[in-house]
Design a protein. Structure first.
Length: 236
């Protein structure tokens, strides 16, 4: 390829990576705001969070179109093809992170300022801190093309799962002790499950970053926990 063509090609790949970075920043903000709205019972913030998710949908479509155009015109191979394929998968995971956060915000509106125990919501907040740490670190790994950091993020998935299992049991106990707690605890369980899924999407991103950089899959089994605390496994 001519120098001009190579330069234009690099610009196209850089533009796709830039869209991923923008999606990552928005996803982090939406998650943070959704859980802040839960803790403070801020209905206006919850509404704003729901509306902001639309930008992630737009960026996902934009990345998909850019990927198709680059593949059709440049016929990339090797590392370049892995970059494009990984970008599509990562964008999809980030869009799903936004959906999970939007679900939490919708639950804030459903609770409608009737959260009787802030203590229980703090457990969700702690889960969110860990999930957001995973998300931030894996996006940094993507930007730096750091396979080892991506592997470390993937191996931290069990931390969020463990807190979710503990919170699930605690909320279940509250529901059993007093039927009046059932509604708000059910809302919080729903929120917690969405945060746990955000951790899973961060792990998916980590696996795609690792493949993008190395050309190899993380084939060791990833331990997973169900709500009872029983370990399960899934292929990486």
């Amino acid at each position: 390829m001519s120098e001009h063509t190579v330069s234009a090609y690099d610009e196209e790949l850089t533009a796709i990576a830039g869209r991923i970075a923008e999606m990552g920043g928005i996803a982090e903000d939406i998650v943070t705001n959704a859980v802040s709205a839960l803790i403070s019972q801020d209905l206006e913030l919850a509404q704003a969070t729901i509306l902001k998710d639309a930008r992630l949908d737009e960026l996902l479509l934009d990345i998909e179109m850019r990927n198709v155009n680059v593949i059709a015109r440049r016929q990339p191979m090797g590392q370049d093809l892995r970059e494009i394929m990984a970008a599509g998968r990562i964008a999809n995971d980030l869009e799903r992170v936004g959906d999970m956060a939007k679900n939490v915000a919708k639950r804030v509106i459903a609770i409608d300022s009737d959260l009787k125990s802030k203590k229980l919501a703090i457990g969700v907040e702690h889960m969110t801190e860990l999930a957001l740490s995973q998300l931030k670190d894996v996006l940094d790994a993507y930007t730096r093309r750091d396979a080892e950091e991506a592997r470390k993020v993937r191996d931290r998935d069990s931390e969020v799962d463990a807190i979710y299992t503990s919170l699930f049991r605690e909320l279940l106990t509250y529901m059993m002790e007093d039927p009046r707690n059932i509604t708000q605890c059910a809302h919080l369980l729903f929120c917690a499950k969405n945060i746990e899924r955000i951790g899973d999407h961060a792990t998916n991103i980590a696996e795609n970053v690792y493949y993008m950089v190395t050309g190899e899959r993380l084939m060791d089994e990833r331990p997973r926990m169900d709500e009872t605390g029983v370990a399960d496994t899934e292929e990486g």
